[in-house]
Design a protein around this ligand. Structure first.
Ligand code: TRH
Length: 356
């Protein structure tokens, strides 16, 4: 079928990252995909060498989609449903006017909060235009839309970690307000006591000192991202897509959630932590909770370095836990499949009641 994806890039790489991953997975399945977006630079960084003829990236700023004579899509997907406040050019409204009857799925932000289960696949009808938008909630339970994992390279899965614990390779992809310098200083002093901790710093402009154990790593194409994570023993990730890929990588991870003005992100962080940490021993769970909170700026126990050092003795337990969680996710609901199943049910409905 022919699918349209509407991606309005607010900031960072996540909106584009998720939309690209979704588009590529659908194109891999033989569907022709038009990915409408408003930020060619970000997509060039993520997808420098387009390698799938089924996938067309259309910069809605540079292309007048009003007159472009677009092929009528059978389905339109709108990740994150960004509103007018967040983006000036509402090309989503142009597509809604051009294709008012096309099934429209708004794929919301990932959450492990319980309430999403009761809103998953609920409809909202625009009172002015009668346009129907269905809300799709990605998530970690059977009552949600699941996660994208059909594209995870299976050969990377199930790989036990190196047991050599004096040598620790740490990947860091964080927002500028994370206590990265605190982490580096702690690793520098641990290395002066005979440890071999190395840090790969991604997408961050922190100034590094010559004797720091950290080095900046270049931005890789999204298709290389899973392989990059597989080279590390412990992962500091952020936002949404890298957060999910860290879980698929089966490695211990610390999540820096995307901060929201109303601090609602702390509820989301705590909700996911409780789900993820279930089954860990009390000491390990406490050390992990303190590290997650401190990495997200909730600092109740002194400097981040000390808090993180208290976590290191629990790495063997976290390794085993991360592998179990990886298999849970890989055997869990697959978002792309769920989207196609929903569309299948829509077409059935449309066939039965064409006037809908
Ligand atoms: O970049 P992010 O912080 O994106 C955020 C979040 O998505 C957040 O939910 C959203 O509200 C906000 O944007 C607007 O983090 P995220 O989600 O991990 O996306 C990063 C993407 O970049 C992911 O697809 C992986 C990709 N990536 C690469 O392809 N190569 C790289 O070298 C790196 C570091 C990242």
């Amino acid at each position: 079928m022919h699918i349209g994806i509407v991606c309005k890039v607010i900031d960072n790489f996540g909106d584009a990252g998720f939309s690209l991953r979704l588009a590529k997975a659908l194109a891999e399945r033989g569907h022709s995909v038009d990915l409408f977006h408003d930020d060619s630079a970000t997509f060039r960084a993520l997808y420098p060498t387009p390698d799938n003829g089924n996938l067309k990236l259309i910069d809605a700023i540079k292309t007048n989609i009003e007159t472009e004579g677009l092929q009528k899509p059978d389905l339109i997907l709108e990740p994150f449903g960004t509103s007018s406040e967040q983006t000036a050019y509402r090309f989503d409204l142009i597509l809604k006017r051009q294709f008012p009857k096309t099934p429209w799925l708004l794929i919301d932000y990932l959450s492990s909060e319980k309430w999403i289960e009761s809103f998953h696949l609920s409809n909202s009808i625009d009172p002015n235009t009668g346009h129907v938008t269905t809300f799709f909630y990605p998530g970690f339970t059977e009552q949600t839309g699941g996660l994208i994992h059909c594209d995870y390279p299976r050969h990377l899965a199930g790989k036990p970690l190196s047991t050599n614990k004096t040598c620790l390779r740490v990947f860091v992809f964080a927002y500028p307000n994370a206590p990265i310098r605190g982490l580096i200083n702690t690793c520098n002093s641990l290395n002066s006591q005979g440890n071999e901790i190395s840090i790969g710093l991604a997408g961050n402009s922190l100034t590094l000192e010559p004797d720091d154990c950290a080095s900046a790593i270049p931005f890789v194409a999204q298709s290389e991202f899973d392989k990059l994570l597989a080279q590390y023993d412990m992962l500091f990730v952020r936002g949404e897509d890298s957060f999910v890929r860290a879980q698929l990588a089966g490695k211990p991870f610390i999540w820096q959630i995307y901060p929201t003005e109303d601090n609602a992100h702390f509820e989301k962080l705590a909700c996911f932590f409780d789900l993820y940490a279930n089954g860990l021993g009390a000491d390990c769970k406490l050390a992990l909770r303190n590290s997650w909170l401190a990495w997200n700026g909730v600092n109740t126990h002194g400097d981040f370095g000390m808090i993180w050092m208290a976590l290191l003795p629990h790495l063997p337990e976290l390794d085993v836990h991360a592998m179990k969680w990886q298999s849970r996710i890989l055997n869990g609901k697959e978002l792309v499949k769920e989207v196609l199943t929903w569309h299948g049910s829509q077409t059935l409905t449309l066939k039965e009641k064409p006037d809908l």
